[in-house]
Design a protein around this ligand. Sequence first.
Ligand code: SF4
Length: 277
Amino acid sequence: MKVVVADRAGVCYGVRRALEIVESELRKGRKLATLGPLIHNPQAVKRLEERGVKVVQDIAELDDGAIVMPSHGVPKAIREAAERAGLQVVDATCPFVAKVHRVVRRLAEHGYEVVVIGDPGHSEVKGILSAAGENAVVVSSVQDVEGLDWTAKKVGIVCQTTQTPEHFGEIVGRIAARAAEVVAHNTICYATHDRQSAARSIAPKVDAMFVVGGRNSANTNRLAEICRECGVRTYHIETADEIDPEALRGCTVVGLTAGASTPDWVIEEVKSRLEAL
Ligand code: SF4
């Protein structure tokens, strides 16, 4: 049985970088904690916990040591609170997210009212918003846009890195139709999009697809959904142990893909198990 791995699968640049930063801090013997799970992958988080990396939900849970800020960034107030508490701040914010912070800061300085297209409850959006000044707003739908007054306004637009180009274009168009001036920065990161296209291109050619990644990972769930939409039998698994040998009966070729927060070693274990079976 042949195992075809999607040519874009597994951790994205920002998550890989965050994992490398934590590795390098551990090598220095630092006492480390992460604010929330470092990545949406229970196996990777467990491995880090076994090496002493604590997961905290609040800065107040820590008395000393270093705190790692996650790849999707945090609001300015959280970083400041960590510094005030005397913690060392290790910044693992993805450079693509950090760039969005710089863009909104510049827009606000030049008098634009900043609009962030995205999910208001997501911490990446909260981080961007905190860099954008008091007048910034979040919109997540066309209804949100219609409910605001854009007349005679100078608007600077960015988006959460995981938005789709179609949604971004539609919202920008709606605002541009009414505001006096619009500057739009496409701040989409194509990591998720590329993984989806790669999965779409192999799914119709295989007997079954295995999608590896945390059940708490939105982008992994979406990958599994896309494979199912292609009409192929799809299994969303977190580890190699979850492979049911019965699922492979009669298969001559299976596909393998993984979400943007699935580390290489988890993918390797699944691939080896599939080949062994
Ligand atoms: S998805 Fe993109 S923006 Fe988000 S962490 Fe990965 S590389 Fe960075």
